[in-house]
Design a protein around this ligand. Structure first.
Ligand code: ZN
Length: 305
């Protein structure tokens, strides 16, 4: 297993975009800055999607302009296409990486982006070319990589074929997203073992949702395949919070707690991270799913004394 892992906090994007009530821009900026003080080295701050499609992130420009983060934090933005990237590029100095996404399943891609996987990949090719010309680091995200709510099983070969295309386009990193929480640890082992062989030298990232409570089990399976890069959301934000009790991304603080207890380094201050999640819970005004928010960190007897 890796001695240390990199964590990208995606709550300000994957989390905030799924909240039924819009969060005020100033609150978003305050929460992002709290995250920036936890030792996190990667934060996805927003997404430049069409404001009429995702009104929760209509303030992408303002958030990117206002959030003050320490120099060591790699700031990334998600973009659906080149038009989104052009919007972000008006503030080129404010971010370091661009994430472009495509679904592994045709139906999910059409539902999510209104076009075929092939058309999405062609668009991403142009987007990444533009990003690379701006010396941005490019990350490709493959949604529904572990299963699709419409199509069910997604063949590993199909996921890896998309991964190869993303790398040819210039992606330094490929993230495999369990968008609707269908992955199990056995499947995670199979996919990442195959991905390591198929995509040598590429940073492989696991993006798990805890929809069915299997998020951290899936993290363990990924760690055992040597995966050292994860995406997660503070408070367990993300996913659709309807029905009540539905969970989102794995909670960053739950992930960090487990890793630290396993003596795997993250560089993150768990106490500060829990405070950031608590602030998000207060702002959003409903109880969030994170276990650490309820239970607090593990304390061993030496620390209790
Ligand atoms: Zn997600």
């Amino acid at each position: 297993m890796p001695a240390s892992v990199r964590i990208r906090e995606v709550g300000p994007r994957d989390g905030f975009q799924n909240e039924p009530k819009a969060i005020a821009t100033a609150d978003k900026v305050r929460l992002i800055e709290l995250l920036g003080g936890t030792g996190l080295r990667r934060i996805e701050v927003t997404s430049f999607v069409r404001p009429d499609l995702v009104p929760q992130l209509a303030d992408a420009e303002q958030v990117l302009a206002a959030a003050r983060l320490p120099a060591g934090v790699a700031v990334s933005v998600l973009v659906p296409n080149q038009r989104g990237l052009e919007r972000a590029l008006r503030q080129r100095s404010r971010f370091h990486a661009v994430n472009g996404f495509v679904s592994a399943s045709e139906t999910h891609n059409r539902q999510n982006s209104g076009r075929s996987v092939g058309d999405s990949l062609a668009g991403l090719e142009r987007t990444f070319a533009r990003g690379r010309a701006e010396t941005l680091r490019c990350e490709g995200v493959i949604a529904t990589a572990f299963g699709c709510p419409y199509e069910g099983r997604v063949p590993i070969e199909r996921v890896l074929a998309i991964g190869r295309r993303l790398v040819v386009m210039g992606a330094s990193e490929v993230a495999f997203g369990d968008t609707t929480g269908m992955a199990n640890p056995l499947q995670v082992t199979e996919l990442f073992a195959a991905a390591r062989a198929a995509l040598p030298g590429v940073e492989l990232t696991a993006h798990f949702h805890n929809t069915r409570g299997q998020g951290l089990a899936n993290v363990l399976a990924a760690l055992q395949c040597g995966v050292a890069s994860f995406e997660s959301s503070f408070g367990e934000l993300g996913g659709c919070p309807v029905p009540v009790g539905a969970t989102g991304n794995i909670a960053t603080e739950d992930l960090v707690s487990m890793l630290h207890e396993m003596r795997i380094e993250t560089g993150i201050d768990l106490g500060a991270l829990i405070e950031a999640a608590r602030a998000a819970q207060q702002t959003i005004g409903r109880r969030l799913g994170s276990h650490l928010l309820s239970a607090g960190p593990v304390r061993w007897s030496a620390e209790l004394a």
